[in-house]
Design a protein around this ligand. Sequence first.
Ligand code: F6P
Length: 324
Amino acid sequence: IECLGVYTSGGDAPGMNACLRAVVRTAIANDIAVMGIRRGYEGMIEADFVEMERRSVSNILQSGGTILKSARSEAFRTEEGRRAAANSLRENGIDALVAIGGDGTFRGASKLYDEHGLGVVGCPGTIDNDLYGTDQTIGYDTALNTAIDNIDRIRDTADAHNRLFLVEVMGRDAGFIALNSGIGGGAELILIPETITEMDMVKERILSLMTAQRRSTIVVVAEGDELGGAQGIERALRDDAAFSDIELRSTILGHTQRGGAPTASDRVLASRLGVAAVESLMDGHSDVMVGMTNNEIKLTPLRNVYGRRKSIDYDLLKLTQILS
Ligand code: F6P
């Protein structure tokens, strides 16, 4: 490898900068030049490249977001777009890539490898933690802790007024944040996209909790839950006379979960995966994602990662019923 391109793509996640730093410094330590590709695949198509040195990644280990910026690219979904991207990479001497992102990022990276023979290794970066091939994704631990911190705050005020709170956390298709922040935050009910949720069951459970205990109740709901997230549930409860005596509030945590300083665990994970990505490319691996399973680096072909979701732990879901 003469020149390595590195990019962050899709939804940003805390720890992406730490990963980027590890990629840049590992490459430079091995006499490989590094180009940062700004704005993911958009920037790849437009040749928005920036030379990276050791110093370019100073002081970013602890910051959220991504200094390379991120984007979701429509143009890259087309063959033409990918050809344009491969051309700009070649014209700038970039002969291998590290892609930091999630499902869509890896789908694109794998196409670049298939269609244009570009060596590419992926690092799993998404707060959703839904990627197969790694126990945790970069950013998940931070997002989870942010969610729990907010649930704790909500509990204080919910308790003061004996209110029912619907707290919506991120996760369009995956319930990892909801499930674990719900358990960690002591939620009375957790609703996730992976399970079938019936409004009648939700109503019944809330009513029995609130009448039996007459105290605050917190329902953690993933944004992708089929009942329409916190707002969908709130509407249904407000339309039901049985809930007229219950004080109900909803909070959507939204993008607060995407920002902030990465936790220690995310910084270490991101650093280890960044180093492993460059070393894997140097060892001749390509079209794979580096993950961490049982505290060991594991390579998984990209085609086995995208379009396939890591399963949640259903035993954890049962815990809530016992603990709440
Ligand atoms: O994939 C990460 C994620 O934060 C999801 O949990 C969420 O559904 C989505 O991105 C939000 O995307 P955007 O920032 O583009 O609105």
